[in-house]
Design a protein around this ligand. Sequence first.
Ligand SMILES: [Fe+2]
Length: 287
Amino acid sequence: MARIIGGVASTHVPAIGKAIADNKQNDPYWRPFFQGFDYVHKWLAREKPDVAIVFYNDHGLNFFLDKLPTFAVGAADEYRSEDEGWGIPVARAIKGDADLSWHLINALVADEFDITICQEMLVDHAVTIPIALMFPGERWQTIRIVPVSINTVQHPLPSLKRCLKLGRSVGRAVESYKPDLRVMVVGTGGLSHQLDGKRAGFINKEFDRLCMDKIVDEPEALARYSIHDVVEEAGAQGVEFLNWMAMRGALTGYVKEVHRNYHIPISNTAAATVVLENAPIAQHQAA
Ligand SMILES: [Fe+2]
């Protein structure tokens, strides 16, 4: 049977892609951020996931404001990217796992999530940058992905509570999938940031810390925040935290934080990297 080994949360700022392309990982500006992935690399080398389910938000590459699904699930054998205009190299196509995608899609619809099914789906920097960070060099070729897009762009947005439930449905679906796969879940984006308007450059360290603390074993406490509250506390684009909530929801076992890195700012964003392990409840009780 498939099982979820854990989750990784990572910011996805486009400038990171430029830093990777220019080999700036050890520059003083970038080092505190990139070194936060040293542990992630060790963890992935040990845990050897086969598939990553990636909760992210599209920024206008595959979906635009004219048609923007609240939740969309990719069901393709590969996911291409395209030039988004950030001046970063276009990532090569990432392998998909269409069979797992269809299993998740069936389970989500049975669970009353009215998702959009995408048999073709371009993935933007919100997928390609976290994949490049977690699987540097050519290592990205070792992982298959199932992209799950959440609308964090056009209001009304789904609530944190709804995204937590979406993740839980995905977690249950993975546990009922027969092939013996090691599955990781990824939540990309955040933490606090606002790109425009009077509060452009807004960062809220206290709220970010609260989110990173509570997401480990009290995600329900975060689910009480409304979208309006999150915009207020984390900035207009801080709502990308919805992706983190879905990632956390998919961790259905005993969850433990094994790594955290928080660095301000990257571009004008609070950059955070978190690794959460997910042990089956029975295994945890026996330990
Ligand atoms: Fe973003």
